[in-house]
Design a protein around this ligand. Structure first.
Ligand SMILES: *Cc1c(COP(=O)(O)O)cnc(C)c1O
Length: 377
């Protein structure tokens, strides 16, 4: 695989959208084909096979022309009647709670501070105390860079008769996730994060039981009806017009991901994360600038790191200084907007590419620190 940096237009280390290789972008100029014909169905079958190898599932993978938030809504609209328990540890897991509320659900939250992780006993206590139909959780919480062990939560949810709904928008394709083996009931992601594709597609897997139960859900809506998605997937089609140009890019990317192998892809992401963490830790010794990592050790996402800045340095000026050196990193998100910046080390980037980005970050931040006399050597 070519390093993503070969793209002629600046280098994106944003936690979505991520850098897309030019040969993937070029696929989108292929001519149209009808979406109810043989050629389309053959392409869709190849795409499905690739996606199943990424989700590690034998279930169909639904492909929607929507941003990932649409499929968050899909998860809720199709869930059986009942209250939702949302595990909230950052901006995107809070979004899931809001999506559920806006669909008319009663939502209870287990809230931990941003950057925090969940105590499994506490989750168990809440589920034992009250009946919930589903639990929502962010696998990789993109606002803080915290990775949640969703595999450990699944049996607890099931023990109490609740489905586990997983937002793996910045996880899937970068951070290890095994849908079938972990017993996850609904998992969704988007195209523009670790899958390194243009924005505009969402993907989801629902367990057979989830789809069966959905059939009895009234007013589950039309566009995100998983019963429709499921029956069309069986014919290698989508219920309404697919974003065919985006599917061309997806088909090519599935081929490349298959050739890399999902396990090697996970390993590459861990290596990119570790390079980032080592860099953060070394900034104090090398440059006298104290940076911090929001996510605690043992719960750091392989795809995104939120880095705290010394007092007096703002995320805005840091990003601008890094951009001036040819790299685009992410700003802080939500309540961490001013005090952190985020590096999206995900998608098709390499460890060497991440190191070049970190080098640019280092010069930019050191210059800012010197200018403000924050250096305490
Ligand atoms: C980006 C992101 C979303 C939202 O995805 P959209 O494609 O913008 O709708 C949701 N959850 C997480 C964890 C994300 O990183």
């Amino acid at each position: 695989m070519l390093p993503a940096e070969s793209a002629p237009f600046g280098t994106f280390f944003v936690p979505g959208p991520t850098e897309i290789r030019p040969e993937i972008l070029a696929q989108m100029t292929r001519p149209m084909i009808g979406h109810r014909g043989r050629a389309f169905e053959a392409m869709f079958a190849r795409i499905e096979a690739g996606l199943r190898d990424v989700f590690l599932t034998s279930r169909p993978v639904y492909v929607g022309a929507t941003s990932a938030t649409g499929f968050m809504e899909m998860a809720i609209r199709n869930a059986p009647e009942g209250a939702i328990l949302s595990l909230v540890n950052g901006g995107f897991s809070e979004r899931f709670a809001k999506v559920a509320e806006s669909c008319g659900r009663r939502v209870e939250r287990i809230v931990v501070p941003w950057g925090g992780t969940f105590n499994l006993d506490l989750i168990e206590e809440r589920l034992a105390a009250e009946k919930f139909i589903a639990v929502t959780v962010a696998h990789s919480e993109t606002s803080t860079g915290v990775l949640t062990d969703v595999r450990a939560i699944a049996p607890i949810a099931h023990l109490h008769g609740a489905f586990l709904i997983v937002d793996s928008v910045s996880g899937l394709g970068g951070a290890k996730l095994t849908v079938d083996e972990s017993g996850l009931d609904f998992v969704l992601t988007g195209s523009q994060k670790a899958l390194a594709l243009p924005a505009g597609l969402a993907f989801a897997v629902a367990s057979a039981e989830y789809v069966e139960r959905a059939k009895k859900v009234e007013n589950r809506g039309f566009y995100f009806d998983i019963v429709q998605y499921d029956s069309y997937a069986a014919k290698n089609q989508t219920p309404s017009t697919p974003a065919t140009s985006l599917l061309y890019a997806l088909e090519a990317q599935m081929g490349d991901i298959g050739r890399e192998g999902i396990e090697r892809r996970w390993d590459r992401h861990i290596a990119m994360r570790d390079a980032t963490i080592d860099w953060v830790k070394g900034m104090q010794d090398r440059r006298g600038v104290e940076l911090g990592i929001i996510a605690p050790e043992g719960a750091r996402s392989p795809t995104v790191t939120a880095i705290s800045l010394p007092a007096g340095m703002t995320a805005k000026e840091v990003r601008e200084a890094i951009t001036a050196r040819g790299y685009t990193v992410g700003g802080g998100y939500g309540q961490l907007a001013d005090s952190t910046f985020r590096i999206g080390h995900m998608g098709d980037h390499t460890v060497d590419g991440v190191k070049r980005c970190l080098h640019a970050c280092e010069t930019a931040i050191t210059e800012l620190a010197e200018r403000r006399r924050l250096v305490r050597v």
